[in-house]
Design a protein. Sequence first.
Length: 320
Amino acid sequence: MRTVITGGAGFVGSHLCERLIADGHEVICVDNLITGSERNLAGLEREPRFTFLRHDVSEPLFLEGPVDNVLHFASPASPADYLAYPIPTLKVGSLGTHNALGLAKAKEARFLLASTSEVYGDPEVHPQREDYWGHVNPVGPRGCYDEAKRFAEAITMAYHRYHGVRTRIVRIFNTYGPRMRLNDGRVLPAFMGQVLRNEPLTVYGQGQQTRSFCYVDDLVEGIVRLLMTDYAEPVNLGNPSEITVLELAREILELVPESKSTIVFRDLPQDDPKRRRPDISRARQVLGWEPKIDRADGLRRTLAYFRQAVGVGTPDAARS
């Protein structure tokens, strides 16, 4: 198979590139490197079935030859990134999705959209099921990301219904693992950078907001399974094991007993979701999928990566 992955130099995208190469695909990675990094692709430099194309998918994308799959993962995905790049975030969710769908339509390829749990906003339903329409502030600071992804889902379903494109939509919940950036503004790398630097772990509010963390290898397995189905409706992928941000801070402190870090509390950011936990009944039924790597193991693997990466950048305060 010949597979295009937009945003393939990012955290999740680069793991997908490696997985699909291992599965025998020819992979074309398309990324403008606004938040991705070619360092994430270092293991594929000598792979003859891998091609890197530096390109902003918000501009039209033309490729010669057949394409079997288009996976659209291009977008800033952390609060620090999409707050820094609100207009590129909106453009890649709208124009970029349109261009990626156009490529899939022209090549008669499967199309998979990387959506997000942020389409649920600050949810009033818990845990979040795919039939919940969400509680989103379209004009708040997070609206550039939330609404870009909601539009991306809408145009994806329009291409499926009107043009017959074989589309898939994955709603990705909090994911972690190697290749996350220390300064990407997400709570887990921020905590790990702070604990390794003996800095206070910054907890917002009282730390009672919850998250559910899925290790990246589990997520990639679910994405690959979804790609190969004929299921067009959105599918949640994430780990339903729910934990408060304060509990996460304490777990990370326990992983580094030599650290002198303490916990400090700051005001909660606007529109920060209070609870986040996926209902993965649909993934279990349609894909036969559920996460296998427990949080203790995943945190140890991720900490080993950050022990090498610490000092590369300064972690932002722990935003969700």
